[in-house]
Design a protein around this ligand. Structure first.
Ligand code: NAD
Ligand code: G6P
Ligand code: MN
Length: 441
């Protein structure tokens, strides 16, 4: 079987070991020739790189492994770039979350003002790695997890329309795992219909391969428990704050119980509840730094100290299943059905063609082909229209260096109460992001 060369961009990410473990676990379905880590923070990446070097020597000695900050070494002749960079790292995520809270506005990684601030940083980093990939591996695909995926995807559509970049999100597949537990099936036994934007969508159907529809059964469960499940088999979305998020789906569903909601809708439909339950001094960024980041980097240091990865503390991460399945779908033309972020072009009939939407697609060697989801109701359409406009304005603001367009984007966001608050927030965000954003005039 053909073997593949993979580069992980954002090699110092907390998710890197989980993806590597998943790749090794899938080595028969997706054989590796080489695996490289690339990051622009040598020190952060070296901690994970040194540990993974030991792990690979023990578990997969035939795979050529390196970690580097040199893009030429990293990208040359690679088949896939799995990207998960965080421009500004956790220090800036903390700012994204804490600055809005000063104004009584939700502080979140990808939604509202925090997401816009992160988007304005991410575009530059994403363009940089896309250009490296195209320079050193013109045939490669980039499978990109880097957030905020909605804004990154719109920026790719506008600025790199011909690049082989697929922007993806693990939330639809993560929630499907919970749905599959609710109905006693495996996620792969279920096909969904879904429409929306990234972190802003709804399931309209969940069927097994025989065509049995489970949406009513799942709806009854979610109306009572949200997506909180009894069986806790996941490695992701398990912290206390995530449990609250799964539970909150119950309230989102009550607003419109036709469809099953993406949990991220809580930031748009219940921002007041969210703010009331947030701490201005300890946000999700702090929870991750004290939790996942510490656990992963402590495990890496332990491997290096002991010189072995046996009982290492690195685990196969369920977050990685989607990206590995996607790589396989492209490599082997599997035509797997996956929820992806793509240009609408009629997939949602009554929504603009040039909107980046999240819908089920059939994925093969040429990438995703969207499945038609038909017309959507006015309520969902209007919400999506408002949000997609925010995302488009942000990308226009980036491209044109326009202060006014970013102010409009913030003003348009359902999470922000007025143009006045939007402007105050924008001025604070500009100051905090001065090392990262383009200059706005
Ligand atoms: P992290 O901060 O631990 O890792 C990100 C790494 O990217 C860091 O090591 C950093 O040095 C590196 N980096 C930053 N800018 C770079 C650049 N220009 N070039 C190369 N490397 C660069 O973050 P994390 O929590 O592990 O998350 C990583 C990313 O994955 C984030 O963007 C996060 O939002 C995203 N993510 C997305 C999904 C999804 O569903 N789309 C799911 C999980 C995580
Ligand atoms: C989900 C989302 C991602 C997001 C992540 C944040 O998986 O789909 O887009 O990055 O959650 O998780 P964290 O644990 O970093 O708060
Ligand atoms: Mn996501």
């Amino acid at each position: 079987m053909r073997k593949f060369s993979v580069v992980i961009a954002g090699g110092g990410s907390t998710f890197t070991p989980g993806i590597v473990m998943m790749l090794l676990d899938n080595s028969e379905r997706f054989p590796l020739k080489s695996l490289r880590l690339y990051d622009n923070d040598a020190e952060r990446q070296a901690t994970l790189g040194a540990a993974l070097e030991i792990l690979l020597k023990e578990q997969a000695p035939v795979v050529e492994f390196i970690y580097t900050t040199d893009p030429e070494i990293a990208f040359t002749d690679t088949d896939f770039c799995m990207a998960h960079i965080r421009v500004g790292k956790y220090a800036m995520r903390e700012q994204d979350e804490k600055i809005p809270l000063k104004y009584g506005v939700i502080g979140q990684e990808t939604c509202g003002p925090g997401g816009l601030a992160y988007g304005m940083r991410s575009i530059t980093g994403m363009l940089e790695i896309i250009d490296y990939m195209e320079q050193y591996a013109p045939d490669a695909w980039m499978l990109n997890y880097s957030n905020p995926a909605a804004i990154v995807a719109e920026a790719c559509r506008v600025l790199r329309p011909d690049s082989k970049v697929l922007n993806i999100c693990d939330m639809p597949v993560g929630t499907l795992r919970r749905m599959s537990q609710i109905v006693g099936k495996q996620p792969k036994d279920l096909d969904v219909r879904y429409f929306g934007l990234n972190h802003f969508g709804w399931w309209t159907s969940v069927k097994d391969k025989e065509g049995h529809e489970y949406i009513n059964q799942i709806r009854d469960y979610v109306a009572e428990h949200g997506y909180l499940t009894q069986v806790e088999v996941d490695t992701q979305h398990m912290d206390e704050s995530w449990q609250a998020t799964h539970k909150k789906a119950k309230d989102i569903l009550a607003v419109d119980d036709r469809y099953l909601p993406n949990t991220y809708l809580k930031y748009y439909l219940f921002p007041d509840d969210e703010v009331a339950h947030s701490s201005c001094t300890y946000t999700r960024a702090n929870e991750v730094m004290d939790g996942r980041e510490k656990t992963v980097f402590d495990a890496a240091r332990r491997i290096v100290e002991t010189g072995t990865a046996v009982d290492s503390g690195f685990h196969i991460d369920s977050h990685a299943s989607f990206i590995v399945d996607l790589a396989r779908a492209i490599a082997f033309n599997t035509h797997e059905r996956m929820v992806m972020i793509v240009e609408n072009n009629g997939a949602i009939a009554n929504f603009p063609d040039d909107a980046m939407v999240e819908v089920p697609c059939i994925v093969g060697s040429d990438g995703p082909e969207a499945l038609a989801q038909g017309k959507i109701p006015m309520f969902h359409q209007a919400l999506m229209h408002q949000q997609v406009t925010v995302e488009k304005l942000a990308v226009e603001a980036y491209v044109e260096g326009s202060y006014q367009k970013l102010w409009q984007a913030l003003t348009m966001s359902k999470t922000i109460p007025s143009a006045k608050v939007a402007k105050e927030l924008l001025d604070d965000l500009i100051e905090a992001n001065k090392d990262f954003w383009p200059e706005l005039k």
